[in-house]
Design a protein around this ligand. Structure first.
Ligand SMILES: [Zn+2]
Length: 354
């Protein structure tokens, strides 16, 4: 199986994240991707390669070019104009209720302190010196995996870090800067002329991917996630969000209760896969978060390592080409086994883990 992974992800290395009213060691840290890489490298069924460099064109097909420009210089501007800081985080968010007409007309503010809250929506996602380069490398891995599948492979995996599915067309947050899955899906739709489905199985709702494609009919979005009535990102992912305009009916959300175990998860996944199949996509992009794991420190579902293999098997049974891209997963001691189990399940290998 082809795997694309870049060591440049390590350039995004926050010291802290502000989460649940605590300043704490980051859940989203370089060791996550290193653990996945080590698990795959130890198994000869996986062939790991560095991604090609793709430039900013495919990113700007999905994101506001202003966001790309902001990432390219924001950290250094903050050091110069505010004060030296390893992790750069907004103080004030440009909330629409701050001022009548907020967001209309006046556009991006001038100072770096104000621009942070213009482009970012929450507090867990610091910018560090190498964040932009790391985020670019994650996009490169996603696009290289997409290209590989367009060229005829039935499955390719992009070990993307930082993850992407919370980033909207013009906002970053939730550990995400560029939306790797959305960029890959838009690229595949443009290159193939066929329909694409993004299947998001991360614990958290992929609000960014949903927002990007909400009014489009060429890329559908199907997501299983912790019910936003209790789970981050709280404001999106309810079952009544089903798309709009040309995209009406091409968004499908399945909120899940706490404690959902393998059998209950597989039953929900089967329903989602019936929806994916009815959309008749030429390619399925999987946003693979393994934070649905029973031992995940931030989440409350109960999927096991073996259960991930069953999930991969179920998704592969669609019989459609798969571009699988890494999103979340925060149980450092199990993330490698969980990703490996999912991928091996998808290529029909026996899953032996408990
Ligand atoms: Zn997640």
């Amino acid at each position: 199986m082809r795997v694309f992974a870049s060591p440049r992800h390590q350039l995004h290395d926050p010291d802290h994240e502000i989460e649940a009213s605590r300043l704490q060691q980051p859940f989203e840290h370089p060791g996550r991707a290193e653990a996945i890489r080590a698990a795959l490298a130890a198994d000869e069924r996986f062939v790991i390669a560095e991604p090609d460099e793709w430039g900013t064109g495919p990113i700007e097909a999905v994101h506001d070019p202003g966001l790309v420009r902001f990432f390219a210089s924001a950290w250094e501007e903050y050091q110069r104009d505010v004060h030296p800081a390893h992790d750069v985080v907004p103080d004030v968010f440009a909330h629409r209720r701050l001022r009548a007409g907020m967001g209309d007309g006046r556009g991006e503010p001038a100072t770096i302190a104000a621009r942070l809250g213009w482009w970012c929506f929450e507090t867990t996602t610091p910018l560090t010196a190498g964040t932009y380069e790391a985020a670019r490398s994650a996009v490169d891995s996603a696009l290289s995996a997409a290209r590989c599948v367009l060229d005829g492979e039935s499955l390719a995996y992009g070990l993307c870090r930082p993850p992407g599915h919370h980033a909207t067309d013009s906002l970053y947050g939730g550990y995400c800067f560029f939306n790797n899955a959305a960029i890959a899906a838009a690229y595949i739709a443009a290159e193939s002329g066929g329909r694409v489905a993004v299947l998001d199985v991360d614990y958290h709702h992929g609000n960014g991917t949903q927002q990007i494609f909400y009014e489009r009919d060429d890329v559908a979005f199907v997501s299983l996630h912790g019910d936003p009535a209790r789970a981050y990102p709280y404001h999106t992912g309810f079952a009544d969000e089903t798309g709009a305009g040309r995209g009406a009916g091409s968004t499908y959300n399945v909120p899940l209760p706490a404690g959902t175990d393998d059998d209950a998860y597989l039953a929900a996944l089967d329903r989602a896969l019936t929806t994916v199949d009815a959309l008749d996509p030429a390619v399925v992009v999987v946003s693979l978060g393994v934070d649905t794991y029973a031992g995940d420190p931030m989440c409350d579902l109960e999927v096991t390592t073996r259960g991930f293999g069953r999930c991969g098997q179920a998704v592969a049974a669609l019989g459609r080409p798969l571009v699988v891209l890494q999103e979340g997963g925060y149980a450092d001691d199990a993330i490698g086994a969980n990703v490996s189990s999912w991928l091996l399940g998808a290529v029909g290998e026996a899953v032996s883990s408990p």
